[in-house]
Design a protein around this ligand. Sequence first.
Ligand code: UD1
Length: 344
Amino acid sequence: MKGKILVTGGTGFIGSHTTVELQNAGYEVVIIDDLSNSNRDVLDGIEHITGKRPVFVEGDCKDINTLHQLFKDNPGIEGIINFAAHKAVGESVQKPIMYYRNNLNILLNLLDLMPVYGVKGFVFSSSCTVYGEPDQNPITEDAPTKKATSPYGATKQMCEDIIADVIKSGSPIKAILLRYFNPIGAHPSAEIGELPNGVPQNLVPYLTQTAIGIRPLLSVFGDDYDTPDGSCIRDFINVVDLAKAHVRALDRMLNDESEDALEVFNIGTGNGLSVLQLIDAFERATGVEVPHKIVGRREGDIEKIWADPKRANEVLGWKAEASVDETMLSAWKWQKRLRERGIM
Ligand code: UD1
Protein backbone atom coordinates (compact mmCIF):
# COMPACT_ATOMS: atom_id res chain seq x y z
CA MET A 1 0.00 0.00 0.00
CA LYS A 2 1.24 3.47 -0.88
CA GLY A 3 0.46 6.60 1.12
CA LYS A 4 -2.74 8.39 1.99
CA ILE A 5 -3.86 11.17 -0.35
CA LEU A 6 -6.45 13.90 0.16
CA VAL A 7 -8.41 14.61 -3.01
CA THR A 8 -10.42 17.81 -2.73
CA GLY A 9 -13.30 17.91 -5.18
CA GLY A 10 -12.91 14.15 -5.52
CA THR A 11 -16.48 13.44 -6.59
CA GLY A 12 -16.18 15.82 -9.55
CA PHE A 13 -15.33 14.92 -13.13
CA ILE A 14 -11.54 14.88 -13.00
CA GLY A 15 -11.42 14.18 -9.25
CA SER A 16 -13.40 10.95 -9.54
CA HIS A 17 -11.27 9.61 -12.39
CA THR A 18 -8.13 10.51 -10.49
CA THR A 19 -9.39 8.78 -7.35
CA VAL A 20 -9.87 5.61 -9.41
CA GLU A 21 -6.31 5.77 -10.77
CA LEU A 22 -4.86 6.53 -7.33
CA GLN A 23 -6.64 3.55 -5.81
CA ASN A 24 -5.59 1.35 -8.74
CA ALA A 25 -2.01 2.43 -8.09
CA GLY A 26 -2.29 1.45 -4.41
CA TYR A 27 -2.86 4.84 -2.80
CA GLU A 28 -5.43 5.27 -0.07
CA VAL A 29 -7.79 8.15 -0.85
CA VAL A 30 -9.70 10.55 1.36
CA ILE A 31 -12.12 12.75 -0.57
CA ILE A 32 -13.55 16.03 0.57
CA ASP A 33 -16.27 17.55 -1.58
CA ASP A 34 -19.16 19.90 -0.83
CA LEU A 35 -21.25 18.21 -3.57
CA SER A 36 -21.99 21.62 -5.09
CA ASN A 37 -21.31 20.26 -8.58
CA SER A 38 -21.42 16.48 -8.08
CA ASN A 39 -23.23 13.87 -6.05
CA ARG A 40 -22.65 11.00 -3.68
CA ASP A 41 -23.50 8.32 -6.27
CA VAL A 42 -20.08 8.94 -7.79
CA LEU A 43 -18.65 7.04 -4.80
CA ASP A 44 -20.57 3.95 -5.92
CA GLY A 45 -19.07 4.28 -9.40
CA ILE A 46 -15.55 4.51 -7.94
CA GLU A 47 -16.23 1.48 -5.76
CA HIS A 48 -17.60 -0.57 -8.67
CA ILE A 49 -14.46 0.08 -10.70
CA THR A 50 -11.81 -0.32 -8.02
CA GLY A 51 -13.51 -2.54 -5.45
CA LYS A 52 -12.75 0.07 -2.82
CA ARG A 53 -14.78 2.94 -1.45
CA PRO A 54 -12.69 6.01 -0.64
CA VAL A 55 -13.19 7.75 2.68
CA PHE A 56 -15.64 10.58 2.02
CA VAL A 57 -16.05 13.82 3.93
CA GLU A 58 -18.85 16.11 2.84
CA GLY A 59 -17.52 19.56 3.51
CA ASP A 60 -16.29 22.89 2.24
CA CYS A 61 -12.53 23.47 2.07
CA LYS A 62 -13.10 27.20 2.58
CA ASP A 63 -13.84 26.30 6.19
CA ILE A 64 -10.50 25.78 7.87
CA ASN A 65 -12.06 24.05 10.87
CA THR A 66 -13.52 21.39 8.60
CA LEU A 67 -10.03 20.79 7.24
CA HIS A 68 -8.47 20.66 10.73
CA GLN A 69 -11.01 18.01 11.67
CA LEU A 70 -10.37 16.07 8.48
CA PHE A 71 -6.62 15.96 9.07
CA LYS A 72 -7.16 14.90 12.70
CA ASP A 73 -9.61 12.16 11.72
CA ASN A 74 -7.34 10.92 8.92
CA PRO A 75 -3.78 11.07 10.20
CA GLY A 76 -0.83 10.47 7.90
CA ILE A 77 -2.02 12.23 4.73
CA GLU A 78 1.09 12.59 2.54
CA GLY A 79 -0.25 14.40 -0.49
CA ILE A 80 -3.09 16.60 -1.64
CA ILE A 81 -4.60 16.94 -5.09
CA ASN A 82 -6.66 20.09 -5.21
CA PHE A 83 -9.59 19.87 -7.61
CA ALA A 84 -12.02 21.82 -5.43
CA ALA A 85 -12.70 24.96 -7.45
CA HIS A 86 -15.35 26.68 -9.48
CA LYS A 87 -14.62 26.25 -13.19
CA ALA A 88 -17.20 27.89 -15.43
CA VAL A 89 -15.62 30.70 -17.40
CA GLY A 90 -18.90 32.55 -18.15
CA GLU A 91 -20.19 32.27 -14.60
CA SER A 92 -16.91 33.68 -13.28
CA VAL A 93 -17.50 36.86 -15.27
CA GLN A 94 -20.93 37.21 -13.64
CA LYS A 95 -19.81 36.26 -10.12
CA PRO A 96 -16.16 37.27 -9.72
CA ILE A 97 -16.27 37.55 -5.93
CA MET A 98 -17.60 34.03 -5.61
CA TYR A 99 -14.80 32.74 -7.86
CA TYR A 100 -11.99 34.61 -6.11
CA ARG A 101 -13.33 33.77 -2.65
CA ASN A 102 -13.75 30.10 -3.39
CA ASN A 103 -10.74 29.27 -5.52
CA LEU A 104 -8.24 31.36 -3.55
CA ASN A 105 -9.43 30.60 -0.02
CA ILE A 106 -9.43 26.87 -0.62
CA LEU A 107 -5.86 27.03 -1.85
CA LEU A 108 -4.71 29.25 1.03
CA ASN A 109 -6.28 26.95 3.63
CA LEU A 110 -4.65 23.87 2.19
CA LEU A 111 -1.20 25.46 1.87
CA ASP A 112 -1.50 26.80 5.38
CA LEU A 113 -2.30 23.41 6.88
CA MET A 114 0.13 21.25 4.93
CA PRO A 115 3.13 21.90 7.19
CA VAL A 116 0.94 21.68 10.31
CA TYR A 117 -0.07 18.11 9.46
CA GLY A 118 3.17 17.11 7.74
CA VAL A 119 1.72 16.87 4.23
CA LYS A 120 4.53 16.77 1.72
CA GLY A 121 3.20 16.96 -1.85
CA PHE A 122 0.63 19.18 -3.53
CA VAL A 123 -0.78 18.80 -7.03
CA PHE A 124 -2.62 21.80 -8.38
CA SER A 125 -5.18 21.62 -11.20
CA SER A 126 -4.13 24.44 -13.44
CA SER A 127 -5.15 25.12 -16.99
CA CYS A 128 -3.78 26.05 -20.37
CA THR A 129 -5.94 29.13 -19.92
CA VAL A 130 -2.89 30.70 -18.20
CA TYR A 131 -1.22 31.02 -21.62
CA GLY A 132 -4.02 33.09 -23.16
CA GLU A 133 -3.81 33.14 -26.98
CA PRO A 134 -0.45 31.51 -27.75
CA ASP A 135 2.06 33.19 -30.06
CA GLN A 136 2.95 29.76 -31.33
CA ASN A 137 1.74 26.18 -31.09
CA PRO A 138 2.45 23.65 -29.72
CA ILE A 139 3.01 25.63 -26.53
CA THR A 140 5.68 24.75 -23.97
CA GLU A 141 5.66 25.44 -20.24
CA ASP A 142 8.22 28.20 -20.79
CA ALA A 143 5.85 30.28 -22.89
CA PRO A 144 4.83 33.50 -21.15
CA THR A 145 1.52 33.58 -19.35
CA LYS A 146 -0.83 36.32 -20.50
CA LYS A 147 -3.38 38.46 -18.76
CA ALA A 148 -6.39 36.32 -17.96
CA THR A 149 -9.57 37.02 -19.89
CA SER A 150 -11.89 35.87 -17.09
CA PRO A 151 -11.90 35.77 -13.28
CA TYR A 152 -11.76 31.97 -13.60
CA GLY A 153 -8.51 32.22 -15.57
CA ALA A 154 -7.21 34.85 -13.16
CA THR A 155 -7.74 32.50 -10.21
CA LYS A 156 -5.65 29.83 -11.95
CA GLN A 157 -2.80 32.30 -12.50
CA MET A 158 -3.05 33.69 -8.97
CA CYS A 159 -3.08 30.21 -7.48
CA GLU A 160 0.04 29.29 -9.45
CA ASP A 161 1.76 32.46 -8.17
CA ILE A 162 0.66 31.86 -4.58
CA ILE A 163 2.05 28.32 -4.61
CA ALA A 164 5.36 29.62 -6.00
CA ASP A 165 5.56 32.32 -3.31
CA VAL A 166 4.77 29.89 -0.51
CA ILE A 167 7.51 27.54 -1.68
CA LYS A 168 9.94 30.45 -2.03
CA SER A 169 9.17 31.44 1.55
CA GLY A 170 10.66 28.14 2.72
CA SER A 171 7.51 26.10 3.33
CA PRO A 172 8.62 22.46 3.56
CA ILE A 173 6.34 21.30 0.77
CA LYS A 174 6.66 20.24 -2.84
CA ALA A 175 4.19 21.18 -5.54
CA ILE A 176 3.45 20.24 -9.11
CA LEU A 177 1.26 22.43 -11.28
CA LEU A 178 -0.52 20.48 -13.99
CA ARG A 179 -1.75 22.66 -16.82
CA TYR A 180 -4.60 20.72 -18.36
CA PHE A 181 -5.65 21.24 -21.92
CA ASN A 182 -9.25 20.16 -22.68
CA PRO A 183 -10.26 17.09 -20.63
CA ILE A 184 -13.00 15.00 -22.24
CA GLY A 185 -14.43 11.48 -22.26
CA ALA A 186 -15.26 9.17 -19.39
CA HIS A 187 -14.07 5.99 -17.74
CA PRO A 188 -14.42 3.14 -20.29
CA SER A 189 -16.66 1.26 -17.83
CA ALA A 190 -19.14 4.19 -17.92
CA GLU A 191 -19.33 3.94 -14.13
CA ILE A 192 -18.17 7.55 -13.82
CA GLY A 193 -18.08 10.52 -16.19
CA GLU A 194 -18.92 14.18 -16.49
CA LEU A 195 -22.22 15.30 -15.00
CA PRO A 196 -22.88 18.86 -16.08
CA ASN A 197 -25.25 20.96 -14.02
CA GLY A 198 -27.92 22.42 -16.30
CA VAL A 199 -27.05 23.36 -19.86
CA PRO A 200 -23.47 22.29 -20.57
CA GLN A 201 -21.04 25.05 -21.48
CA ASN A 202 -18.29 22.73 -22.69
CA LEU A 203 -18.21 21.18 -26.11
CA VAL A 204 -18.29 17.43 -25.49
CA PRO A 205 -21.15 17.24 -22.97
CA TYR A 206 -23.17 19.51 -25.25
CA LEU A 207 -22.29 17.28 -28.20
CA THR A 208 -23.30 14.02 -26.50
CA GLN A 209 -26.51 15.59 -25.17
CA THR A 210 -27.34 16.65 -28.73
CA ALA A 211 -26.53 13.21 -30.09
CA ILE A 212 -28.95 11.59 -27.62
CA GLY A 213 -31.67 14.14 -28.32
CA ILE A 214 -31.68 16.22 -25.14
CA ARG A 215 -30.59 19.28 -27.15
CA PRO A 216 -31.86 19.82 -30.69
CA LEU A 217 -28.72 21.29 -32.19
CA LEU A 218 -25.07 21.84 -31.33
CA SER A 219 -23.88 25.35 -32.10
CA VAL A 220 -20.36 25.57 -33.45
CA PHE A 221 -19.02 28.91 -32.28
CA GLY A 222 -17.34 30.36 -35.36
CA ASP A 223 -15.95 29.03 -38.64
CA ASP A 224 -13.97 32.12 -39.60
CA TYR A 225 -10.90 31.57 -37.42
CA ASP A 226 -7.46 31.33 -38.95
CA THR A 227 -7.44 27.51 -38.88
CA PRO A 228 -7.73 24.97 -41.72
CA ASP A 229 -11.51 24.52 -41.37
CA GLY A 230 -12.19 27.84 -39.65
CA SER A 231 -13.28 26.38 -36.30
CA CYS A 232 -11.19 26.69 -33.12
CA ILE A 233 -8.47 24.16 -32.35
CA ARG A 234 -7.96 22.51 -28.97
CA ASP A 235 -5.91 19.70 -27.47
CA PHE A 236 -8.57 17.28 -26.24
CA ILE A 237 -7.16 15.00 -23.57
CA ASN A 238 -8.82 11.80 -22.37
CA VAL A 239 -9.80 12.18 -18.70
CA VAL A 240 -8.35 8.79 -17.71
CA ASP A 241 -5.01 9.73 -19.26
CA LEU A 242 -5.22 13.04 -17.43
CA ALA A 243 -5.99 11.24 -14.16
CA LYS A 244 -2.88 9.08 -14.57
CA ALA A 245 -0.70 12.19 -14.82
CA HIS A 246 -1.74 13.05 -11.26
CA VAL A 247 -0.59 9.68 -9.99
CA ARG A 248 2.81 10.18 -11.64
CA ALA A 249 3.07 13.68 -10.20
CA LEU A 250 2.43 12.39 -6.69
CA ASP A 251 4.82 9.48 -7.07
CA ARG A 252 7.48 11.94 -8.17
CA MET A 253 7.06 14.23 -5.17
CA LEU A 254 6.61 11.53 -2.55
CA ASN A 255 9.59 9.51 -3.83
CA ASP A 256 11.78 12.62 -4.01
CA GLU A 257 12.50 12.04 -7.69
CA SER A 258 13.21 15.72 -8.19
CA GLU A 259 15.36 18.33 -6.48
CA ASP A 260 12.92 21.04 -7.45
CA ALA A 261 10.22 21.86 -4.97
CA LEU A 262 8.03 23.35 -7.70
CA GLU A 263 7.49 21.95 -11.18
CA VAL A 264 5.01 22.63 -13.94
CA PHE A 265 3.82 20.33 -16.70
CA ASN A 266 1.52 20.65 -19.69
CA ILE A 267 -0.92 17.77 -19.75
CA GLY A 268 -2.14 17.34 -23.30
CA THR A 269 -1.80 14.99 -26.24
CA GLY A 270 0.34 17.25 -28.40
CA ASN A 271 -2.28 17.13 -31.17
CA GLY A 272 -4.59 19.96 -32.04
CA LEU A 273 -8.05 19.02 -33.26
CA SER A 274 -10.66 21.49 -34.49
CA VAL A 275 -14.20 21.62 -33.17
CA LEU A 276 -15.48 20.34 -36.53
CA GLN A 277 -12.89 17.55 -36.58
CA LEU A 278 -14.00 16.48 -33.13
CA ILE A 279 -17.63 16.32 -34.25
CA ASP A 280 -16.51 14.19 -37.22
CA ALA A 281 -14.54 11.92 -34.92
CA PHE A 282 -17.60 11.41 -32.74
CA GLU A 283 -19.78 10.57 -35.73
CA ARG A 284 -17.16 8.19 -37.12
CA ALA A 285 -16.54 6.41 -33.82
CA THR A 286 -20.17 6.02 -32.80
CA GLY A 287 -22.05 6.05 -36.11
CA VAL A 288 -24.40 8.61 -34.55
CA GLU A 289 -25.01 11.91 -36.29
CA VAL A 290 -24.73 15.17 -34.40
CA PRO A 291 -27.03 17.87 -35.77
CA HIS A 292 -24.99 21.06 -35.72
CA LYS A 293 -24.85 24.49 -37.23
CA ILE A 294 -22.28 27.23 -37.43
CA VAL A 295 -23.08 30.30 -35.38
CA GLY A 296 -21.09 33.40 -34.43
CA ARG A 297 -17.94 33.33 -32.35
CA ARG A 298 -18.20 32.95 -28.56
CA GLU A 299 -16.68 35.89 -26.74
CA GLY A 300 -13.35 35.23 -25.11
CA ASP A 301 -12.53 32.05 -27.04
CA ILE A 302 -8.93 31.30 -27.89
CA GLU A 303 -8.42 30.62 -31.60
CA LYS A 304 -6.00 27.72 -31.34
CA ILE A 305 -3.98 26.09 -28.63
CA TRP A 306 -2.34 22.71 -28.25
CA ALA A 307 0.30 21.39 -25.93
CA ASP A 308 3.90 20.48 -26.29
CA PRO A 309 3.77 17.64 -23.72
CA LYS A 310 7.47 16.73 -24.10
CA ARG A 311 8.37 17.67 -20.54
CA ALA A 312 5.59 15.51 -19.08
CA ASN A 313 6.53 12.68 -21.46
CA GLU A 314 10.20 12.78 -20.54
CA VAL A 315 10.32 13.97 -16.96
CA LEU A 316 7.09 12.54 -15.56
CA GLY A 317 7.22 9.48 -17.79
CA TRP A 318 3.59 10.13 -18.69
CA LYS A 319 2.02 10.10 -22.13
CA ALA A 320 -1.53 10.40 -23.41
CA GLU A 321 -2.52 7.02 -24.77
CA ALA A 322 -6.20 6.96 -25.72
CA SER A 323 -7.19 7.62 -29.32
CA VAL A 324 -9.77 10.29 -30.10
CA ASP A 325 -12.17 7.59 -31.27
CA GLU A 326 -11.85 5.65 -28.01
CA THR A 327 -12.40 8.84 -26.08
CA MET A 328 -15.48 9.75 -28.08
CA LEU A 329 -16.86 6.24 -27.61
CA SER A 330 -16.35 6.53 -23.85
CA ALA A 331 -18.19 9.87 -23.76
CA TRP A 332 -21.06 8.32 -25.72
CA LYS A 333 -21.24 5.22 -23.55
CA TRP A 334 -21.43 7.47 -20.49
CA GLN A 335 -24.20 9.61 -22.01
CA LYS A 336 -26.19 6.44 -22.76
CA ARG A 337 -25.60 5.19 -19.21
CA LEU A 338 -27.03 8.44 -17.83
CA ARG A 339 -30.14 7.82 -19.94
CA GLU A 340 -30.42 4.21 -18.66
CA ARG A 341 -30.22 5.50 -15.13
CA GLY A 342 -32.91 8.05 -15.88
CA ILE A 343 -30.62 10.94 -15.00
CA MET A 344 -30.76 12.62 -18.42
C1 UD1 B 1 -12.45 26.71 -21.23
C2 UD1 B 1 -11.25 27.34 -20.62
C3 UD1 B 1 -10.46 26.31 -19.87
C4 UD1 B 1 -11.30 25.67 -18.85
C5 UD1 B 1 -12.51 25.07 -19.51
C6 UD1 B 1 -13.41 24.53 -18.42
C7 UD1 B 1 -10.34 29.28 -21.72
C8 UD1 B 1 -9.51 29.76 -22.82
N1 UD1 B 1 -10.44 27.96 -21.63
O1 UD1 B 1 -12.01 25.84 -22.26
O2 UD1 B 1 -9.38 26.90 -19.22
O3 UD1 B 1 -10.59 24.69 -18.17
O4 UD1 B 1 -13.19 26.06 -20.27
O5 UD1 B 1 -14.70 24.92 -18.52
O6 UD1 B 1 -10.87 30.02 -20.95
N2 UD1 B 1 -17.73 25.10 -28.49
C9 UD1 B 1 -18.71 25.09 -29.48
N3 UD1 B 1 -19.98 24.85 -29.10
C10 UD1 B 1 -20.35 24.60 -27.81
C11 UD1 B 1 -19.34 24.59 -26.81
C12 UD1 B 1 -18.04 24.86 -27.19
O7 UD1 B 1 -18.43 25.32 -30.65
O8 UD1 B 1 -21.54 24.40 -27.54
C13 UD1 B 1 -16.32 25.35 -28.89
C14 UD1 B 1 -15.72 26.56 -28.20
O9 UD1 B 1 -16.00 27.72 -28.94
C15 UD1 B 1 -14.25 26.18 -28.19
C16 UD1 B 1 -14.25 24.65 -28.10
O10 UD1 B 1 -15.56 24.25 -28.49
O11 UD1 B 1 -13.68 26.54 -29.40
C17 UD1 B 1 -13.99 24.14 -26.71
O12 UD1 B 1 -14.85 24.81 -25.80
P1 UD1 B 1 -15.02 24.38 -24.27
O13 UD1 B 1 -15.30 22.92 -24.18
O14 UD1 B 1 -16.00 25.32 -23.65
O15 UD1 B 1 -13.58 24.60 -23.65
P2 UD1 B 1 -12.58 25.87 -23.70
O16 UD1 B 1 -13.31 27.11 -23.94
O17 UD1 B 1 -11.49 25.51 -24.64
